[in-house]
Design a protein around this ligand. Structure first.
Ligand SMILES: Cc1cc2nc3c(=O)[nH]c(=O)nc-3n(C[C@H](O)[C@H](O)[C@H](O)COP(=O)(O)OP(=O)(O)OC[C@H]3O[C@@H](n4cnc5c(N)ncnc54)[C@H](O)[C@@H]3O)c2cc1C
Length: 501
């Protein structure tokens, strides 16, 4: 008997639903597996102006989508990293940039040498060694040259885009590859005797049966929670922000090639430059500020919103299982970590890549499902700890921030901090999303200083090292000087003229 999955039903047509449809359509092409996506126009998607991280470029490559065409269709812009304003104290800023940071010295990553330079009385600057930071500060854009070890060789970028337009783009892509779309409200699901989902129950009573169900129904989790009662692990003790107010303002003349995340009295504000508009939002703790005050704060900082403000409510956390029986939750149905490091869309990609690595047959092997869940749980929890780190070392003096500085940390994060404070070392597990370097930028930016540095770095000849470093700094300055402004780079890549402001 054929045990292969013959039919897949995707519930939800937001970013997650259409990303899933596109990947499955591309990978299962020619296999005869049918893919049906059900969405309801009555239930809005969350999609706002959104920021991503560099693996989005690999996602487009997997789908054989031209980046320029994608950016033109989604009002996309480039992102070289995130600039954090006012997080430790008012008036200070730091960067979490993408790409290479300084040259490796005697095969040790440069951030170890950073600590030695400081111990030798120097005051090194991130923008001198991170090309992405220097370009971001200058409002310019450059691309990796594929030429080995220099500052350009290790350049990486991500994208900002209008998530509603992304869903539309991927819908066309998926429908062209045979995905069937149903515009219907799903009322619930029927279960088989073993508790597996048998069929979606559509409005009017019609049923849609499938072998495998992908739940992309957003925070509701219509299948993973509504039908299967999987359970949710909330993280509000670590991440108390539970609301966001969001809206669009006018575009910047030269949109900065980075996301801005500015700390505010009861949370933080994002600014995401798109090609046609600027996406803005204030992520806040409703225990510390009202919706009206949050909106007033957002408009004071970002300018008058052109669109009706949207208040979104959420509880940071994750489903107890992302894959339960024959239902896999992706996107907001699977969980949510506040969007400070743009992880949410990435976790859709990551869930999909892991699904391909664990693609089931109709037996739905329990160990296979457990392995999928364990891999994603580890990735989610390490990302959560990384986000918590952004808050903890603060010296801000509002009640929200004093509570963050005093809050208990997840045990893994407490251990990492202790190790860093003592030795300058940052443990990194290969499956983690954020590298040692990402952790370094936030630790450094938040003023956490280690007591010692890697003893092997202490053996390097400092005057030779200084020569190499001045060559690196010169090269960074030359590249920035020659690079086009971000909006000129956008025109070039998207192959079109700039819209009027
Ligand atoms: C404030 C905020 C800011 C964010 N910023 C970022 C960011 O900068 N970067 C990032 O990576 N991510 C960000 N995210 C997360 C990102 O928006 C989501 O991960 C992404 O849009 C995927 O959403 P989704 O498709 O899972 O859910 P949704 O967008 O909610 O879509 C749900 C879909 O399910 C359908 N549906 C639901 N119930 C039914 C039903 N009963 N019948 C039929 N259809 C149904 C709806 O019609 C809709 O199509 C942010 C999220 C929030 C809340």
């Amino acid at each position: 008997m054929d045990r292969a999955i013959g039919s897949i039903a995707i519930l939800g047509g937001g970013t997650a639903g259409w990303m899933a449809a596109a990947v499955l359509a591309q990978v299962l092409r020619g296999t005869g597996t049918t893919i049906t996506l059900v969405e309801s126009a009555e239930i809005p998607t969350v999609g706002v102006g959104e920021a991503t991280i560099p693996p989005i470029v690999d996602f487009l490559r997997l789908l054989e989508i031209d980046q320029g065409q994608f950016m033109a269709a989604t009002e996309g812009s480039f992102k070289l990293g995130i600039r954090f304003d006012d997080w430790r104290v008012l008036g200070e800023r730091y960067w979490h940039p993408f790409g290479t940071f300084g040259p490796s010295v005697d095969r040790r990553p440069f951030h170890h040498m950073w600590h030695r330079l400081r111990a030798a009385g120097e005051d090194p600057r991130v923008e001198a060694y991170s090309l992405a930071t220097a370009l971001g500060d200058a409002g310019r854009m450059a691309f990796a040259d594929g030429q080995g070890q220099g500052p350009l060789g290790g350049m990486r970028h991500a994208l900002h885009f209008d998530a509603g337009l992304v869903a539309r783009f991927l819908r066309t892509y998926s429908e062209q590859r045979g995905v069937r779309r149903l515009e219907r409200r799903v009322e619930g699901a029927t279960l088989k005797d073993d508790g597996f989902v048998e069929a979606l129950v559509l409005e009017g009573g019609e049923r849609l049966a499938a072998d495998l169900f992908i739940d992309c129904s957003g925070f509701r989790g219509v299948l993973i929670e509504g039908a299967l009662k999987t359970g949710y692990e909330g993280w509000s003790a670590f991440l108390p922000c539970d609301r966001a107010v969001a809206g669009l303002t006018v575009r910047d003349a030269n949109p900065p090639p980075f996301t801005q995340a500015a700390a505010r009295p009861a949370g933080w504000r994002w600014r995401i430059p798109l090609r046609h508009r600027t996406g803005n939002g204030y992520v806040y703790s409703s225990a510390h500020v009202s919706d009206d005050e949050a909106l007033a704060d957002l408009e004071r900082e970002a300018g008058k919103l052109l669109t009706e403000p949207r208040v979104l409510k959420f509880t940071g956390g994750r489903r107890k299982a992302f894959w339960n029986r024959n239902v896999i939750a992706l996107g907001l149905a699977s969980g949510f970590i506040e969007p400070l490091e743009s992880t949410s869309i990435h976790f859709v990609t990551s869930g999909l890549m892991k699904l391909l690595d664990h693609f089931p047959d109709k037996d739905f092997d329990a160990a296979n499902i457990a392995d999928y869940n364990a891999a994603l749980v580890a990735e989610y929890e390490a990302a959560r700890d990384f986000i918590v780190l952004h808050y903890q070392p603060t010296r801000r003096d509002e009640p929200f921030w004093r509570e963050r500085a005093a809050a208990a940390l997840p045990p893994d994060l407490a251990e990492r901090l202790a190790l860093y404070r003592g030795t300058g070392r940052i443990p990194h597990r290969p499956t983690e999303l954020f590298t040692e370097l990402s952790w370094f930028y936030v630790l450094e930016g938040m003023g956490v200083r280690p007591a010692a540095y890697d003893p092997l770095v202490g053996l390097s000849n400092l005057s030779q090292v200084r020569e190499g470093l001045s060559g690196w700094r010169r090269r960074v300055a030359e590249i920035v000087q020659a690079a086009p402004a971000h909006d000129a780079a956008l025109d070039l890549v998207a192959g079109r003229r700039r819209p009027a402001a």
